[in-house]
Ligand binder design. Structure first.
Ligand SMILES: [Zn+2]
Length: 290
């Protein structure tokens, strides 16, 4: 069932488990993520960047694909369709297009006041339509859709000011970055996470850049108040590896191995398998309606 992400993340925060937010790129991706979540009876967030929506034509097409899949596959677990790192305009567009949740990332605005003001506007509009809102404080390092930031630790006071606007969950930098982590990465700052949590109370917090963080650090972060873990690069890597193996083994040149359904199948199955592993690591398996 397609729902907003508020109740599922509040349950995760109370129950000390995490919910995976997996980025979709197309029909194959959305299908695979839903199959994994349904198999493990886990709530799930499918999210889409503006770039991935453009690839699929529009946010409306993404919303229609996910809505129809949830309905026609008879998915019984709660599914939220979320905009990942949206600009102000993208958030407005997704609210119209049928998304059940949006992230307005105001961390790139010229100043914190602009982030506050625009987040408040998005919260008001989204909530009037039952749509949940994620905001961001402090840049998260790495590059996502061409947006790069220095990867600072979020300021706890700024986190509280944004939390007080009534956002439903909050992304805050705690040393995490997007993409693949460099060899000399210092790890997550649990101290900063605890400082933020102390000021934001039971607000679910979001860990971006979930690919390549050691499992023990992710699980410790979940125990300290992270409720949503964003995963994008990880599924791209397993899809590419499985597809490469199929081609390198020459299977596309055997019989009708060139059939696109055959070419895409190993990658799709790899996404299902990896998503299931991650759901178990985050502890949301069996939490479908908790
Ligand atoms: Zn992110």
């Amino acid at each position: 069932m397609l729902v907003n992400a508020t109740a599922m993340l509040q349950s995760a925060e109370k129950g000390h488990y995490g919910i995976g937010a997996f980025n979709t790129n197309n029909l194959e991706w959305a299908t695979a993520i839903l199959d994994a979540a349904e198999e493990l009876q886990s709530p799930v967030i499918i999210q889409c960047t503006s770039g991935a929506a453009k690839w699929q034509t529009s946010f409306r097409v993404v919303a229609d694909i996910v809505k129809d899949l949830v309905e026609d596959k008879g998915i019984t677990v709660p599914v939220a369709l979320h905009l990942d790192h949206g600009s102000y305009d993208a958030a407005l567009e997704c609210i119209k297009a049928g998304f059940t949740s949006v992230m307005y990332d105001g961390s790139h605005e010229p100043d914190f006041e602009t982030n506050l003001k625009r987040t408040a506007e998005i919260v008001k509009l989204a909530h009037s339509k039952g749509i949940s809102v994620e905001a961001e404080v402090g840049g998260i390092g790495g590059t996502e859709d061409g947006v790069t930031s220095a990867g600072e630790l979020a300021d706890p006071e700024q986190c509280k000011a944004i939390a007080d606007l009534g956002v439903d969950f909050l992304a805050c930098g705690i040393g995490n970055i997007h993409g693949i982590y460099p060899a000399d990465w210092q790890g997550l700052s649990f101290q900063r996470l605890q400082e933020i949590k102390a000021l934001t109370g039971d607000l679910p917090l979001v860990l971006h850049g979930g690919t390549g963080i050691p499992v023990d650090q992710i699980q410790k972060a979940i125990s300290l108040g992270i409720s949503k873990i964003n995963v994008n690069t990880d599924l791209q890597l397993v899809f590419a590896a499985a597809t490469r193996k199929y081609i390198e083994e020459g299977k596309d040149q055997q019989g009708k191995g060139y059939d696109p359904r055959k070419v895409l199948k190993p990658g799709r199955e790899a996404i299902v398998a990896r998503t299931e592993e991650l759901i178990k690591e985050f502890g949301s398996d069996g939490k479908g309606w908790n």
